[in-house]
Design a protein around this ligand. Structure first.
Ligand code: 5GP
Length: 214
């Protein structure tokens, strides 16, 4: 049965592995697309403008805010990040599920803007594993890593505001969890398009068969 598309928010403490999971979720389902955020953070070496982020300067971010082009935005680790409204609107119009890889502050704003959004929180299997992943990433200096760890503690306390929690102990298992959530949410009665008409059609077909065999 066809259902209305909805945004899926994936948030997690830094180092829980959410970006790789969000990307894999998108790659394995043509009906799921990634929301490319705007940010004032400078690009990392492997990042591409327009694919990973829309990298903008402070003036451009100010302009986007003034023009109401962002559905939510937040300061994370000292840089500004925001979700462009037109991306979400276009995805929903194309009947696509949009995945937002954003922080907890952004998740709260999306919850207010889209009552039907699904909020998923990813957690690492342990604190030691979170630290190991942050170190292994090697993209930040130690001071930045400490800042992210402090932020991670605050983010962990927000887990109760989410609809689902997925533990990222092994990648494929966590990905299967995310896919199962999206799959189940698409089947929610409240999201189905004209469910009465669809059920009615099946009922009429059954009635015809019953009538013919009486
Ligand atoms: P990073 O700089 O490591 O790519 O991202 C830092 C944090 O900012 C991550 O938690 C990421 O999910 C979050 N983030 C990325 N884009 C957005 C956005 O558009 N809005 C908000 N609120 N957070 C974002």
């Amino acid at each position: 049965m066809r259902s209305r598309p909805f945004p899926v928010v994936i948030a997690a403490p830094s180092g829980a592995g959410k970006t790789s999971l969000a990307r894999a979720l998108v790659e394995r389902d043509p009906k799921i697309v990634f929301s490319v955020s705007a940010t004032t953070r400078p690009p990392r070496v492997h990042e591409t403008d327009g694919v990973d982020y829309e990298f903008v300067d402070e003036a451009e971010f100010d302009r986007m805010l003034a023009a109401n082009e962002l559905v939510e935005w937040a300061v994370v680790h000292g840089h500004r990040y925001g979700t462009p409204a037109r991306g979400i609107a276009a995805a929903l119009a194309r009947d696509e599920t949009m995945v937002l890889d954003i922080d907890v502050q952004g998740a709260r704003q999306i919850r207010r803007a889209f009552r039907d959004a699904v909020l998923i929180f990813i957690v690492p299997p342990s604190g030691a594993e979170l630290v190991r992943r942050l170190r292994g990433r090697g993209t930040e200096p130690e001071s930045e890593r400490l800042r992210r760890l402090r932020n991670a503690r605050a983010e962990l306390h927000a887990a109760g505001e989410f609809d689902y929690v997925v533990v990222n102990d092994d990648f494929e298992g966590a990905l299967a969890g995310l896919q199962a959530i999206v799959s189940a949410e698409r089947r929610r009665y409240g999201r189905l398009l004209e469910p009465e008409a669809q059920i009615e059609r099946i009922d009429r077909e059954v009635a015809d068969i019953v009538d013919r065999s009486e």
